[in-house]
Every structure is written in C-alpha cells, then in structure tokens.
Design a protein around this ligand. Structure first.
Ligand code: PRT
Ligand code: ZN
Length: 291
C-alpha cells in the first residue's frame, strides 16, 4: 500500500482552480489545516492529520462525495442542486455568494415568468431552470450550453438566459437585464450520508472549527471605560457570551468593561453607550471564537 492510499484517510474535496478555490483554501488555513496548494498535484496530505485535500473540478465534487471517493467537499450550492445528488449540506460558508437568475434583452418589457412561455432559454443549469418552469406549468425549451451563456441571445441561439449573476455587469455588457431571481447560492460544506464513526468525528471537528471562525467574523471584542455606577446599565447593553467582564481602573470610581458584540449591533448601540457615560471605546476583531 502506498503512502497516498492509507486506509481511513479522510478526504475533503475542493475546487482545483476557480472562483471558490482561494476562499476555500483561506478558510481551511484559518481553521488550522496545513497543506500544499499551488503545484499541479490533485491531492495534498494534511499535516498532522489522517486526512487529505482532493483538488477537483467543482461539477465533479457532488458525485465524488456521493460515491464515497471524497468524504466531504466544498462546492457552490448551485452546483449541488443542479447535480440532483441527495447529500448532506453540513454548513453554509460565507463566500461564493451569487444568485441564479433569468435574464432577457434589456429593451424588452417583462411582466412575469409567463414571458418565457414557449421561449428558448440558454443555460448551464438545465435541471434547476426546468424544475422552476415545470412547477409553474410554463412550457419552455432549454438550450444547454457550457460557458459564455450571456452571448447566446445576441447570437440568436436563445430568447433569454438562466445563469449566475453576481454584480450584474456581465448581463449589462451583453445587452441583458435580470428578470427573475430563481435561487440564491453560496459555497457550502457537504458530506456523504454514510460516513464511518471515525470520519463523522473528523467532519464534526471540521465543522466546529469552521463555526468558531464564522462566529469570530461576525463578532467584535469591545472595551470601554465608564463610571463604576454605570457598569450595570452599560453591561445590560453588552451582555456578551455570558456576561461582560468588569475590571477596576487605576482612577478611583472608574472601571473598564469588556464584552463581545455582534458587529452589526455596534453602530446602532454607540449613541446609547455614550449617553450612558462610556468613554475610550475600542472595538477589536476576533480571530477565533468558541462558544
Ligand atoms: O473549472 P470548474 O468546472 O471547476 O469551474 P467553473 O468554471 O464551473 O466554475 P467557476 O470557478 O466559474 O465558479 C465556481 C462557483 O463560484 C459557482 O458555481 C458559483 O457557486 C460561484 N460564483 C460566485 C460564481 C460567481 N459568483 C460568478 N459571478 N460563478 C460564476 N460567476 C460568473 C457567471 O457565470 C457570469 O459569467 O460571473 C459572471 C457574472 O458575474 P457578474 O459579477 O458580472 O454578475
Ligand atoms: Zn464547473
């Protein structure tokens, strides 16, 4: 048996080279997984773990996970849904955000999905768009094409398209406008439905690490000074994970209050904190957060 084929090696598949690759590699590094990426190798062992990364085309990842070649993977939700594979979505990840939309020539008026009745729609996602129109009982013709979908209308191949939209500038450049958003997508962590106990435990360790990074990104460490008699009322505004930490300051009658705050709550809370007498407010990013 070669070194690369050790039994029970946990295999995690990520996109080899594409829009999800850098963010997936960054996330895996942030959760402490160390591996070589950059040479042309299709697999890389994880340092200090009985696990390896497989670098694959994104479209192949759901199938590899379904048939057990990989035990988990990172892929766009759009790719998973299009594949039709019934595999577990373990967690949504905070990158690869996009939407799958129907688009039409920008000079045409759009009144609703009936617009597409008996029309030709070019797409690389035939299953998702077909299901959408089947559910609405609207007959359409799907032209399945790979890549450069946006150009198909000006070439006369289709009347509209169904494709990934992010900023919308590609549609605009091709004389199209977004007519209907059919689904929203982001990268997701997926896993096989029948893992061994050993692999389940690697997966839950991965998930735990990912969640601690996700919590950390959404929260901030906040420190402020306030008169001692205000510590309680300010503490109520900043309950933190359990309760805030209150430490005495060298200046008599004053204390320092430390807590954790959801990053979206900071600005709305700021004026109330100041009104309560908070001074010297510091807000610091958190690297990892285990709740
Ligand atoms: O080679 P491989 O098969 O692995 O990769 P791929 O070429 O099939 O996929 P890739 O790398 O282009 O995209 C991988 C995944 O990234 C997608 O499945 C989505 O989940 C996600 N993603 C996020 C995007 C975009 N944003 C995106 N904007 N995928 C593609 N696009 C393209 C889109 O197709 C269109 O051409 O960007 C254009 C639109 O962008 P805007 O900003 O002009 O609207
Ligand atoms: Zn692909």
């Amino acid at each position: 048996m070669t070194k690369n084929n050790k039994p029970n090696v946990f295999k995690l598949a990520i996109q080899k080279s594409g829009r999800l690759t850098d963010d997936a590699v960054r996330l895996l590094n942030e959760i402490g997984l160390k591996f070589n990426h950059g040479n042309r190798a299709l697999r890389a062992p994880l340092e200090g773990m009985n696990a390896e990364i497989l670098f694959l085309r994104d479209d192949d990842i759901p199938e590899y996970v379904e048939n057990g070649v990989a035990h988990a993977g990172i892929v766009g939700l759009n790719t998973l849904v299009e594949s039709g594979k019934q595999i577990r979505v373990v967690s949504s990840l905070d990158f690869g955000h996009c939407r799958l939309s129907l688009a039409i020539p920008k000079d045409q008026s759009y009144s609703g999905p009936e617009f597409f009745k008996n029309k030709r729609i070019a797409t690389s996602y035939p299953n998702i768009v077909m299901r959408y129109f089947n559910e609405k009982n609207i007959p359409v013709t799907i032209e399945k094409i790979k890549g450069s979908v946006e150009i198909s209308v000006s070439l006369g191949l289709a009347d509209g398209i169904f494709d990934i939209v992010s900023t919308g500038s590609t549609l605009l450049m091709n004389g199209l406008k977004e007519a209907e958003t059919v689904m929203k997508s982001s990268a997701v962590l997926i896993s096989g439905n029948h893992l061994t106990d050993e692999h389940e435990s690697v997966l839950s360790d991965l998930l735990f690490r990912i969640q601690s990074v996700q919590h950390a990104k959404k929260n901030r460490y906040i420190m402020l000074n306030c008169p001692e008699e205000k510590a309680e009322s300010i503490g109520k505004l900043l309950p933190g994970v359990k309760s805030p930490t209150v430490l005495p300051l060298a200046m008599k009658g004053w204390c320092s209050l430390h807590s954790v705050i959801h990053e979206e709550d900071f600005w709305p809370l700021l004026s109330r904190l100041k009104k309560e007498g908070a001074q010297g407010i510091l807000v610091i990013p958190i690297e990892k957060m285990v709740i």
